[in-house]
Design a protein around this ligand. Structure first.
Ligand code: NAP
Ligand code: ZN
Length: 360
């Protein structure tokens, strides 16, 4: 493992955290030359995912400092390698969480690269050449084209950026559970109305379902219904509301970033219902057995998505004109934005204007 290798000759400016304080400061580093399978991307925007916050503070105990976070990247291609098919200079593209995988296992062969045992991420990963990967809080990225997607022409590059992680993370479990393109209208619950949760509400509505938001924030109720289109809103700390909704939902997607018990949430599922957990709190989640066994309920996990599904999700977003509700910030304000993210004070995703194009 090395921070750079001899082919890392390109100097890039970015922003990095250097210790568990998570404080982000400007950081100059090197990226590899554009290889035959690579594209070089001028980064325009990068979303701030809650995962960035977990990682800069080493919540999961796996952070390699200095860390340049960012895996919700949109930008323009400035260079293409000689083996690259399907991309050209000037294309609007996106890069999410994946930087490399083995390209040879059953998962890579079925475009579920995200479940490859050797998967490496866009930041805090180890690339094929042995270097540590640095993410999208930076001006430029060299990415293998097999982990790059096209952004539909009608989508704004800033509001599309969070689709690269938040979007695909909530799309895949919906697809896996036959909630995309099916004829059946289901009762879907979304727990946690944050970056992931608000896109999940938009998707579930676009796919024709009845959507209930389960939230700790009563202040989000009006917006959830009027702006995002949710049908119902349950305040999860209100026992009476939780009781009234018992056994009412077919499917629940839990996007909460902090520790909480799954017991009361499972009670909201019908018999045979499924809960998919995508949040990643640092401590084990509480999973009591009674709500599981009395309702023959299923609890599953899901991690982002493969590249084919990421492009599929992007194209669906283009068709339905779905983007994220964002607050655009300047790179100088990353620390303030992260502090606000800790306080659950964002509607619903911060996006960094890396290239300085926004009028904000
Ligand atoms: P976020 O924008 O901070 O949203 C999380 C939401 O969880 C908050 O808006 C809040 O919603 C709810 N919440 C926060 N603290 C809570 C608490 N103590 N108890 C109950 N609810 C609480 O975060 P995000 O970017 O959507 O990410 C959510 C989680 O998913 C993170 O842990 C992240 O690392 C993980 N993640 C996983 C994957 C994957 O592949 N599985 C991909 C990306 C992210 P309310 O105000 O509505 O309660
Ligand atoms: Zn993310």
């Amino acid at each position: 493992m090395a921070q750079t290798t001899p082919n890392h000759t390109q100097t890039v400016s970015g922003w990095a955290a250097h210790d568990t304080s998570g404080k982000i400061t400007p950081y100059i580093f090197k990226r590899r030359e554009n290889g035959v399978n690579d594209v070089t991307i001028e980064i325009l925007y990068c979303g701030i995912c809650h995962t960035d916050l977990h990682q800069v503070r080493n919540d999961w105990g796996i952070t390699m400092y200095p860390i340049v976070p960012g895996h919700e990247i949109t930008g323009l291609i400035t260079k293409v390698g000689s083996n690259v098919k399907g991309f050209k200079v000037g294309d609007k593209v996106g890069v999410g969480c994946l930087a490399a995988s083995c390209l040879d296992c059953e998962f890579c062969n079925s475009s579920q690269e995200n479940y490859c045992d050797q998967v490496q991420f866009t930041y805090n990963g180890i690339f094929w050449d042995g270097s540590i990967t640095y993410g999208g809080y930076s001006k430029m990225l060299v990415a293998d084209h097999r982990y790059v997607v096209h952004i539909p022409e009608n989508l704004a590059m800033d509001a599309a950026a969070p689709l690269l992680c938040a979007g695909i993370t909530v799309f895949c479990p919906m697809k896996d559970n036959n909630l995309v393109g099916g004829a059946m209208r289901k009762k879907v619950g979304i727990v946690g109305l944050g970056g992931l949760g608000h896109v999940a509400v938009k998707f579930a509505k676009a796919f024709g379902h009845h959507v209930t938001v389960i939230s700790t924030s009563p202040s989000k109720q009006n917006e959830a219904k009027a702006r995002l289109g949710a049908d119902d809103f349950i305040v999860s700390t209100d026992d009476q509301q939780m009781q009234q909704a018992r056994r009412s939902l077919d499917f629940i997607l839990d996007t909460v970033s902090a520790n909480h018990s799954l017991g009361p949430i499972l009670e909201l599922l019908k018999v045979n219902g499924t809960l998919v957990f995508v949040g990643a709190p640092e401590k084990p989640i509480e999973l009591p057995s009674f709500p599981l066994i009395f309702g023959k309920r299923v609890v599953k996990g899901s991690m982002i998505g493969g590249m084919r599904e990421t492009q599929e999700m992007m194209d669906i977003c283009g068709k339905h004109n779905i983007t994220c509700d964002i607050e655009v910030i300047r790179p100088d304000n990353i620390n303030e934005a992260m502090d606000r993210l800790v306080r659950n004070d964002v509607r619903y995703r911060f996006v960094i204007d890396i290239a300085g194009n926004s009028s904000n």
